[in-house]
Design a protein around this ligand. Sequence first.
Ligand code: GL7
Length: 818
Amino acid sequence: MNDTIRIDEAAGSAGQAPALTAEAFREAVRAKLKYAVGKDPSRATAKDWSMALSLAVRDQVVERWFESTKASHAGQKKHVYYLSMEFLIGRLLNDAVCNLGIEAQVRTACAELGIDYQAQLEQESDAALGNGGLGRLAACFMDSMSTLGIPAHGYGIRYDHGLFRQRFHDGWQVEEPEDWLVSSRAWEFERAEMAYLVKFGGQISFDGHGATYWRADETVKAVAYDTPIAGWKGRHVNTLRLWASRPVEVLDLGRFNHGDYMSAAEKTIRAETISRVLYPDDTTAEGKELRLKQEYFFTSASLQDILRRYLEDNDDIRKLPEQVAIQMNDTHPAIAVAELMRILADDYRLTFPEAFEITRQCLSYTNHTLMPEALERWNTNLFRKVLPRHMQIIEWIDYHHLAEVQGRNLPVSLDNIRIIEWGSEIKMGSLAFVGSRRVNGVSALHTELMKQTVFKDYHLLYPDRIVNETNGITPRRWLYECNPGLRALLLEAIGDGWVDNLEKIEDAAKFATDASFRDKFAAAKQANKVRLAAEIERRIGLRVDPTALFDVQIKRMHEYKRQLLNVLETIALYQAIRRGPGAEWTPRVKIFGGKAAPGYQIAKRIIKLANDVARVVNNDPIIGDRLKVAVLPNYNVSLAEVIIPAADLSEQISTAGMEASGTGNMKLALNGALTIGTLDGANVEIAERVGPDNIYIFGLTADDVAGLRQRGYNPNATIDSDPTLKGAIDAMVNGTFSPDDHGRFNEVADRLWHTDWFLVTADFQSYFQTQRTVDVDYRDKTRWTERSILNTTKVGWFSSDRTIRGYSKDVWGVEPNF
Ligand code: GL7
């Protein structure tokens, strides 16, 4: 097979990917189609071409991957390991093409081959190995670590089925299994030889000479699958290593030979179950044991792999922290604290205190939520059953940690700092905190609240441990790739320095008052809106006016994110338009996208409400184009890439104090949407950067929320005193939107009347009024575009490159290469 690609060395400058000719690339694709896919061009399907194209691009990535791996080994620099249960990477073809800077050649080659590049991109399935922001953050970090040339591995699970596919049946969410692996993946390499054993259950015994044996009763094999992640200009390529769970023995031949075929395969099924599905964030009780096994499975395999790599070039295990920084993305990998100690103590015979010291210097932990129900706890009985040795180790850590603290005479409550609560639950956040070198929050406000609430006592004990690393997003995927119109305009106006140094985008701020730039900026936005309008029609058959204000709320469906507040405002607006259709209305399209965890009943009902409201509003002839509601099914990374560039208004309306950071807020602002939001998460920092004239802040602050909740909030009085709000809630329960079932939304309304924990009613009036200001402001197109430009150009700080530089300095102690 001859598929070597002629590289035009002369065109490449130092540190840049050498250029590839379109002709050479075209021939490479032809060769891939023939020799790797095994198809003749006359018989090839779109999928076949897409595979051939991806494989040809992949070769380019692999070249640089090998160079990076060699350089990392030779450089002997500290290596970063990012452990995450989720990597929401989405599609990779265009990402690789753009990062390698070969888009022009690839497009020309496609045209010459008679295939449509855009259509090829859509053949690739989304790798939906995450729920939302947390998983997408991990994907952005992989991109940034490669761009900055930081030697790093991402470690996670290769789920057979990622996050479920969402369909609407009569407006209700229906979950279907997601099948991203149904067609073979061009991007991953199976490493059958890279396998580790992971044990569960069983007994612990001591040999009387200090050695401990863990005799497990179940063992599975973790097999590595590697995906190369190329940074900007292909300067550096890191590896995302995902583990698949396999049986140690493929088949019980004895049982098989006895004709017992089903039970012969039982162990295989049990083993493979571990990497079968990604859990939606709000887990149910049934899945608990499996979830714990998943967490331990990938953490253990990853740590074994990290130590193997370390020992290839080093022989003193005690010096591990000089070469290794391990980041725990949330508490899902927090078992790493006990697992690293177990390996160091049981396999390398270090004492517990020694092992604990080394562990604490290697590990760090990122907290992503303060919501008590989302902070992981494990029942000690379950834990002891699945991980008996780790239970002992955690008991040791808890005991020694408390002993250490007791001597210090600080005003902390021992109950608050115990890892094991009342002997019955392990608090994983506490374990992660105690076992870490640094602990970080993900926005300034969130980090402050961590210090004041959940980790208050720990913060007193370890005042230097908590640091803030405000989240970020990669400008490659979230502007350069998804918004070609805006990209071209920026390249023309200020060059390409902003792509890997996003704060340079501010150079374009001066053009906000330049009429010609403004027109081009507005035209790019308009083209994106036309593209989204077509997508809306294709997906749900709804026609929308692309000149209307596109008002976007895209995120997981959760009560604290308050999609309900947005729906209530939609209802109130609908009612107002009906009452006075002749008034001057600003045409608006409300766009919703988001999945609810399958067991989260109230969130699913809110989806149904949004769909019911949409049906009524969209079919009301009095309303026409003044208001349309588009609830788009199966929101995922690829859909986000179409919605975000087209948004005018970004809804970031969580109850203040509850959204740790948000990252959709950053993506939308970067693409020129103005935010309507509460002072929550990173909205606070966005507001500081874009300035008060270019953002719509409304509602209670985090302090207000805490105060109101403490005093006891009575939604009754609020609702009774606000006819707009009351009218909207009444319409929800009088059958306006559910003529077939008047009681459908009673429970939703009852919660608003009685407790309203998320303070929807408390913020309604302020939100509704602010929306009316938006209406008026949007009519002044020149001014709006000016403010939109100021959003794009003032949020450069939210690049994940900046975030990763922060982790490098404050958390990992590594120096980026670029
Ligand atoms: C989250 C937070 O909810 C979100 O605010 C944050 O931006 C994100 C990344 O830090 O992490 N926490 C969490 O559990 N999920 C999130 O998206 C699923």
